[in-house]
Design a protein around this ligand. Structure first.
Ligand SMILES: [Zn+2]
Length: 285
């Protein structure tokens, strides 16, 4: 008998009006367990789907910042992370990464998670001017060799893992929503010496719209004009960097700017392509 049929029978048998029925008690009376509150139905699953990938598995855990109130800039970062077998990689955005590693944030001195480069400040901006600073290693992290980087002990130091290899650079936030978005913002509304003229911006937007008809169905978003870059999603910055940017930026950018952009385009293409990331990664660096 289906649950619905059983309920209908019960209501008829007991001769009670539907408004009198407390469904949860009725179902429980039949020894069927249902959660008391709807929040328990929606409870975050304690197990996560593992997708097998080369030499390991991928588990997607998502956590993001939540604004505490509309009028305040304070954000809360719920860290919902429980990893039992840490023979894998942890990918997270810069603020939670700094939090769980108990190190300085990405926008202060010694803020780079990969190397010990000391930042400089130019016009109230943190900049990295040195390119060959020594990389952080598991040993240097645990020895606190770069003391200014650490805020305190991290719970991850209790685990037998290579901390620097386990916490990898997050491509989506660093490259798509970071570097690519920033470059576009400079070209659209930056200072005069880097900003594209209104006419060039118009041409780029027009070219992007024309590319729509050539975009394959595998792409989840069609190119949009530059007016709306504040609303672009990570996937749109990704398509721009890897595909459309190389076409639409060729004329408007100076030769030097365009060749810099193409170096970035090529390096990222090498890094994210399965069969070239190992083979040519030195070239990409
Ligand atoms: Zn670095």
């Amino acid at each position: 008998m289906t649950l619905m049929k059983m309920l209908q029978n019960y209501v008829q048998l007991m001769n009670i009006s539907p408004s009198q029925i407390k469904l949860q008690f009725l179902i429980r009376s039949q020894q069927i367990y249902i959660p008391k509150y709807i929040r328990n139905v929606l409870r975050t699953p304690k197990t996560h789907l593992q997708t097998p990938i080369q030499n390991g598995s991928y588990i997607h855990l998502e956590f993001d910042d939540m604004a505490l109130s509309k009028s305040s800039k304070s954000n809360m970062w719920p860290i919902l992370l429980s990893i039992i077998n840490l023979d894998q990689l942890v990918i997270c955005d810069a603020p939670p990464k700094a939090f769980v590693l108990n190190v300085k944030g990405h926008n202060v001195y010694f803020g780079c998670n990969s190397c010990i480069v000391e930042d400089d400040s130019i016009e109230h901006r943190i900049v990295y001017l040195k390119f060959n600073s020594p990389l952080r290693t598991n040993v240097s992290f645990r020895n606190w060799d770069n003391e200014d980087y650490h805020k305190g002990l991290s719970p991850f130091e209790e685990l037998l893992i290579d901390i620097c290899n386990v916490f990898v650079i997050d491509y989506m936030h660093n490259v798509c929503l970071g570097l690519m978005k920033r470059l576009l913002q400079f070209w659209v509304k930056g200072k005069k010496d880097v900003r594209l003229t209104d006419q060039d911006q118009e041409i780029v937007s027009c070219d992007l719209k024309h590319l729509k008809t050539f975009v394959l169905s595998e792409f989840c978003k069609l190119p949009r004009s530059l007016d709306s870059i504040e609303f672009w999603k990570a996937t749109e910055f990704c398509s721009f960097l890897l595909y459309s940017g190389a076409i639409v930026l060729k004329n408007p950018l100076s030769k030097l700017q365009y060749s810099h952009f193409m170096l970035l385009h090529s390096a990222i293409k090498i890094f994210i392509t399965e069969n070239t990331c190992q083979l040519y990664n030195t070239l990409a660096k």
